[in-house]
Design a protein around this ligand. Structure first.
Ligand code: HEC
Length: 270
């Protein structure tokens, strides 16, 4: 009886144990961070409007340091900056990279009249705008997959890399090439694809229950990832011809290695 009670108590303690894995920087609403922060103006090469644009906003690095004075230490530990948009899109990028580059949280489009601060654009069949906030980058190639440009931005948080992507990580004994392939997959692919159900769902899951390398030949897989449009007309997957061949090969080595680590959610094997 006592033992059963002890076990019940141990089970009760589980949620507390998982509470330890909370984001290291809990989500903060952007508007609460901007008051008192100096405004800047930027000109960027804009991937949404596909051309040069001028914005007014606040420097991301300043906003992050105001939100969390210890943010540079988290960046040195490899943490991820997570951004949440009002439409549910929640991309992330390397925090150290975000702090080291010229990101600006845009609050208004300076090419627009003052009372109407955002230019509408077409997303699928809907017209939308980047309001309330839009993260833009000065001096960054808009096609560079290391940077995220979320619009409709409402919240930011910081998560340890392992907490966010641990279940998609390769087996501990994996080679350096596979580990590098995982990092590259996180940079270029995970916002659309999941591995072990960790990641986006714009494209298909690539590991469970069947790993994509179990039913695609290595040759077709390499050719598809390089240029999906040569396989499928109107493919929703962008071309990765600009990635060096060695990087694409490392990503595929990572995907193959994940055959040996299948998790179907909550860290349980399948
Ligand atoms: C913008 C979203 C997006 C990104 C980024 C993306 N993909 Fe895809 N991917 C898709 C979609 C959508 C499909 C489904 C097929 C289609 O539309 O052609 C797909 C299909 C695939 C398939 C074929 C799976 C199947 O069985 O049909 C593979 C393999 C794949 N992607 C690998 C990758 C890799 C590797 C990367 C990173 C280098 C990547 N994708 C980046 C959206 C994306």
């Amino acid at each position: 009886m006592l033992r059963r009670a002890a076990r019940a108590l141990a089970l009760l303690a589980l949620p507390a144990a998982s509470a330890v894995a909370q984001p290291i920087g809990a989500p903060v609403r952007i508007e609460t961070l901007l008051a008192g922060s100096p405004t800047v103006t930027v000109r960027v090469d804009d991937p949404v409007y596909k051309g040069p644009k001028h914005y007014q906003g606040h420097r991301l690095a300043d906003v992050l340091r105001r939100a969390w004075p210890q943010v540079d230490r988290w960046a040195a530990d490899g943490a991820e900056l997570v951004m949440t948009s009002s439409d549910g899109y929640a991309p992330s990028m390397d925090l150290a990279r975000a702090l080291a580059h010229d990101g600006v949280i845009a609050t208004r489009d300076l090419d627009r009249p003052e009372g109407d601060p955002w230019a509408p654009f077409l997303k699928g069949r809907e017209t939308t705008t980047p309001a309330p906030f839009y993260l833009v980058w000065r001096g960054v190639d808009p096609a560079d997959p290391h940077f995220r440009w979320p619009y409709k931005l409402v919240e930011i948080s910081v998560e340890a890399f392992d907490r966010r992507y641990g279940d998609a990580a390769p087996p501990a004994r994996a080679t350096a090439r596979v580990q590098n392939g995982f990092r590259l997959f996180v940079q270029s692919c995970i916002s659309c694809h999941s591995v072990n159900l960790v990641g986006g769902n714009i494209g298909p899951e690539l590991n469970v229950p069947r790993n994509v390398t179990e039913y695609w030949s290595a040759q077709h897989l390499a050719a598809f990832v390089k240029a999906p449009e040569t396989y499928r007309a109107r493919s929703k997957m962008p071309s990765f011809a600009q990635l060096p061949d060695a990087d694409r090969a490392a990503i595929l080595a990572y995907l193959q290695a994940m055959r040996g680590r299948k998790l179907c959610g909550e860290g349980s094997a399948c």
